[in-house]
Every structure is written in structure tokens, then in C-alpha cells.
Design a protein around this ligand. Structure first.
Ligand SMILES: NC(=O)c1ccc[n+]([C@@H]2O[C@H](COP(=O)([O-])OP(=O)(O)OC[C@H]3O[C@@H](n4cnc5c(N)ncnc54)[C@H](O)[C@@H]3O)[C@@H](O)[C@H]2O)c1
Length: 350
């Protein structure tokens, strides 16, 4: 690939808007990228105005990232085909349940030599088992994909507080290009080759965060939460070794996408928060998602359900007691106090 690259951001939620803030500023300073960035926005009406009009006039996503100005060169586009037209680089950043139908709509508008990066945390199931979101995009659009995952709570990134992130890319040139697009002094990126491991870390940590939220709801302290984090990390590593086709090294788990993202999500993220409320308020996950998240989506419980079905298929439920307990507590009315029993009886290694 050569020349000045056109960038399209697919998604405009909390994280989508935070990364748009970075990308807008970076492209304006660089000759590598076209200075106008198109951002596909799922249209919504707020106070009788279209969200796209609000973003294009007031330069703020008042629903998903209130209080932050987006750069004026970021243009909100409600039609995915119009947003996709002419783009060389796609940044996918929307809840994973929406990606399939959206790719189908944009398919005939994607350039043959375009490339993409997925910031989406989640996994899906296919007939042959686990499906990575970046693989689904690759299969549907025929473009080469990288991923970016890390300890990156969107509001803190938007506040420009220092953090790190990890790009997983089998193609080093693509990895470096996306690094140039997104890195800032306060958003430091490392590029690694093991993209499947990076992506799986981003999905699985949300299950562990639900467990951390249960501990908070049960008024267990930081020691218990540290145990949840450690045992959860062990299950993440074991799961990656089972389900990733390429190499899985523990070094990748020491990058921001691994242990750092796990820590931040178990203390600060929305999965932890809703799981704590699940214990304290006794409502269902779906009800709490509606009550507490103002249109944002929870990933942890849904990922636990996908992981549970995959483990069941492989007869491996007993090797992943923490993942299994999170699923059963969220969806099968298993008492939440059982979560502690599952920690007490956790196998030494998985
Ligand atoms: N928010 C974070 O701190 C954070 C950080 C890192 C990664 N992520 C990941 O980024 C991804 C996107 O999360 P987010 O925080 O930007 O989103 P979000 O949960 O804040 O917002 C939901 C988004 O979904 C859109 N939407 C709602 N209904 C839709 C539909 N029917 N079709 C298509 N889109 C629809 C909304 O317009 C909105 O943009 C997720 O995979 C998340 O796990 C989030």
C-alpha cells in the first residue's frame, strides 16, 4: 500500500468516540493519512436532533462521550456504504453483536486492497467452534485484519491520561501503520505478531471482570479480587492454548492486552460495575444493562455464554471453573455465593 490513506471508523460508542478523538488529531498532523476521517454512526434521535447532526455541528458525541470535543475533521456519516466508500483503512469499534450484518451491508463498497483493525472485545461461535471477530470481518470483507486491545477505559483515554495498548498484527507493516494512526505520547502502543492471542485476551478478560464484580457485591476484599484476577488469567491462558491455531506465548499476556487490561477491567470497567449491582440489587443482567448503561452494551456475560458452549462441546467445563461459574450465575440462577466455592476448589493449574 502507498499514498495518502483514507480512514473510516466503523462505530461511535464510548470507545469509538474516544479513539476518533485521537485519530482525528493524528491524521491532521501527518502526511501519511487523508485529513478527513469518516465515522459511521448508528443514527439515534436525541432531543429531537439526529446524533450525526449533533456530532457534525457541535463536535461532541453527547450520548456516548459527553464532555469531550471531537476534532472537526471527524465527520459523522449515518450510511455505512457512504462511510466505507474510498476508505483504505478501517477501524472497527462497535459491540460485537452488530458486526456481521454491518459487514454484509458494506461488503460491495470496500476497496480490494483496504485493510482493517478491530478494537472490538468479544468472540462468537461458528460451526467449528470459536470465531474471532477479526476473522469474521476478514471472511466477510476479504480484507487483512489486525487488532488493538489494552487497558484502555475509554473515558480515561479521552481525558488523555497515560496508558498503553497492544496491536496484534501478523503483518508488521500493517501493524506499524495502525500504530502511526493511533499512538500518542499518552497512548503508547506495542506491536506484536500473536494477533489471535491479543484478541482473545480482550474478550476473555470481561468474563473475569464479572467475577471481580461478584466479589465486590459480596463484600470480599482486595485479596479475593487479586485471586480472581490470577485464577482468571490462568484460565485465559489455558483457553487461548486450546483455541488459538497459532502460537500462544505467556509473553503476550504480559503486554497491555493481557494482565494490564485484566487489572483495569476488574477495578474500573462496566462489567465489574454491573456484576456488583447484580449481587446487591438482585435484578437480571438484561435489566441492569438497560438501567445502568444508557445504551452501552455489556460484553462479559454474553462472552461467558459463548465460552461455556464451546467448553461444553469439548468436554472441558471442569477445567474452567471460574468461566463456568460466571455463566451459570448470570444465566442459570446458580447462587452467587457459589462463586467463592469455585475459587476454593479451583484446580492448582488448568
Ligand atoms: N468503552 C470502553 O472503555 C472500551 C474500551 C476498549 C474496548 N471497548 C470495546 O469496544 C467495542 C465498542 O464499544 P463502545 O464502548 O465504543 O460502545 P458502547 O457500548 O459505548 O456503545 C454502543 C454502540 O452501539 C451502537 N448501536 C446500538 N444499537 C446498534 C445497532 N442495532 N446496530 C449497530 N450499532 C448499534 C450505538 O450507536 C453505540 O455506538 C466493544 O467491543 C467494547 O468491548 C470498549
Amino acid at each position: 500500500m502507498s499514498g495518502c490513506k483514507n480512514v473510516c471508523i466503523v462505530g461511535s460508542g464510548n470507545w469509538g468516540s474516544a479513539i476518533a478523538k485521537i485519530i482525528g488529531k493524528n491524521v491532521a498532523k501527518s502526511s501519511q493519512f487523508d485529513p478527513i476521517v469518516k465515522m459511521w454512526v448508528y443514527e439515534e434521535i436525541l432531543n429531537d436532533r439526529k446524533l450525526t447532526d449533533i456530532i457534525n455541528t457541535d463536535h461532541e458525541n453527547i450520548k456516548y462521550l459527553p464532555g469531550h470535543k471531537l476534532p472537526e475533521n471527524v465527520r459523522a456519516v449515518p450510511d455505512i456504504t457512504e462511510a466505507a466508500n474510498g476508505a483504505d483503512l478501517f477501524v472497527f469499534v462497535l459491540p460485537h453483536q452488530f458486526i456481521g450484518p454491518l459487514c454484509d451491508k458494506m461488503k460491495s463498497h470496500v476497496k480490494a486492497n483496504a485493510i482493517g483493525i478491530s478494537l472490538i472485545k468479544g468472540v462468537d461461535e461458528g460451526p467449528d467452534g470459536l470465531k474471532f471477530i477479526s476473522h469474521i470481518i476478514h471472511e466477510k470483507l476479504g480484507i487483512e485484519m489486525s487488532v488493538l486491545m489494552g487497558a484502555n477505559i475509554a473515558n480515561e483515554v479521552a481525558d488523555e491520561k497515560f496508558c498503553e495498548s497492544t496491536i496484534g498484527s501478523k503483518n508488521k507493516t500493517h501493524g506499524e501503520l495502525f500504530k502511526n494512526l493511533m499512538q500518542t505520547p499518552n497512548f503508547r502502543i506495542t506491536v506484536v505478531e500473536e494477533s489471535d492471542t491479543v484478541e482473545l485476551c480482550g474478550a476473555l478478560k470481561n468474563i473475569v471482570a464479572v467475577g471481580a464484580g461478584f466479589c465486590d457485591g459480596l463484600d470480599y476484599g482486595d485479596n479475593t479480587k487479586a485471586a480472581v484476577i490470577r485464577l482468571g488469567l490462568m484460565e485465559m491462558l489455558a483457553f487461548a492454548k486450546l483455541f488459538c491455531k497459532g502460537a500462544v506465548t505467556s509473553a503476550t499476556f504480559l503486554e497491555s492486552c493481557g494482565v494490564a487490561d485484566l487489572v483495569t477491567t476488574c477495578y474500573g470497567g462496566r462489567n465489574r460495575k454491573v456484576a456488583e449491582a447484580f449481587v446487591r440489587r438482585g435484578k437480571s443482567i438484561e435489566e441492569l444493562e438497560k438501567d445502568m448503561l444508557n445504551g452501552q452494551k455489556l460484553q462479559g456475560p454474553q462472552t461467558s455464554a459463548e465460552v461455556y458452549r464451546l467448553l461444553k462441546q469439548k468436554n472441558m467445563l471442569d477445567k474452567f471453573p471460574l468461566f463456568v461459574a460466571v455463566y451459570q450465575i448470570c444465566y442459570e440462577k446458580r447462587p452467587v455465593t457459589d462463586f467463592i466455592t469455585c475459587l476454593q476448589n479451583h484446580p492448582e493449574h488448568v
